[in-house]
Design a protein around this ligand. Structure first.
Ligand SMILES: O=C[C@H](O)[C@H](O)[C@H](O)COP(=O)(O)O
Length: 236
């Protein structure tokens, strides 16, 4: 996805921001454009308070002097803007390509609204082409890997589980100090069933299926930004 499309989606979402809002700031190359745009608005006098979904976004926001908080100080947010790795027509997502899924899900769940920003290439008919990130604790990795494989099989899916590595070959550690198993499933026919099965595995901290969390998506393509869902609708 070109930087222009990422930026177009991010700027469309920026229009939803109102003075006084409590915002969740997503992670990744698309969310980065949103944070840049927000920084410009803050510099121009916009007052908001934000919670970041990763150390990387926290650092970016601080560098732009965006007022930051935590979910301990600000446990309820008005709006979270975040990218996604895949999105289907029911606004179900795969997230975690940047390893931030755990904090992203906690922040999204604490928000009245979650808006996804992406290019149209992220939209799929069936989730699963993008490997599903599953965050696990390092303790008991092999036992957890086997239990995860069994959970995946029980949902009717199948595919290889790969422990995520950094570019230097070391095992990747998330901001929370956990590992990520990437599940190469190809197709996830029953995301709800798989999510439930993964949630029951001891050792699994979180997975990248975001179900019932996104209210809308701004999808940028060569012909402009298309809106999926209702950006004004609240989950609760
Ligand atoms: O862990 C990372 C996040 O879920 C990202 O929001 C997701 O990977 C999309 O990132 P990008 O905008 O760079 O494609």
């Amino acid at each position: 996805m070109s930087e222009d499309l990422k930026k177009a989606a991010a700027l469309a979402a920026l229009e939803l921001v109102r003075p006084g809002m409590r915002l969740g700031l997503g992670t990744g190359s698309t969310a980065r454009h949103f944070v840049d745009g927000l920084g410009a608005k803050v510099a121009a006098g916009l007052e908001v308070i934000c919670v970041a979904t990763s150390e990387a976004t926290q650092a970016q926001a601080e560098s732009l002097s965006i007022p930051m908080s935590t979910l301990d100080e600000t446990p309820e947010l008005d709006l979270t803007i975040d990218g996604a790795d895949e999105i289907d027509s029911a606004l179900r997502l795969i997230k975690g390509g940047g390893a931030a899924l755990l904090r992203e899900k906690v922040v999204a769940a604490a928000s009245k609204r979650m808006i996804v920003i992406a290019d149209t290439g992220k939209q799929v008919e069936t989730l699963g082409r993008f490997p599903l990130p599953i965050e696990v604790v390092p303790f008991g990795l092999e036992a957890t890997r086997r239990a995860v494989a069994a959970a995946i099989a029980s949902s009717g899916a199948s595919g290889e589980l790969k422990l995520r590595k950094r570019t230097d070959g070391a095992t990747l550690l998330t901001d929370g100090g956990h590992y990520i198993l990437d599940a190469h499933l190809g197709r996830i026919e029953l995301p709800d069933v798989l999510a439930l099965a993964l949630n029951q595995v001891p050792g699994v901290v979180e997975h990248g299926l975001f179900l019932g969390l996104a209210n809308a998506a701004f999808l940028a393509g060569s012909d402009g930004v298309r809106v999926l869902g209702d950006p004004a609708g609240e989950r609760r």
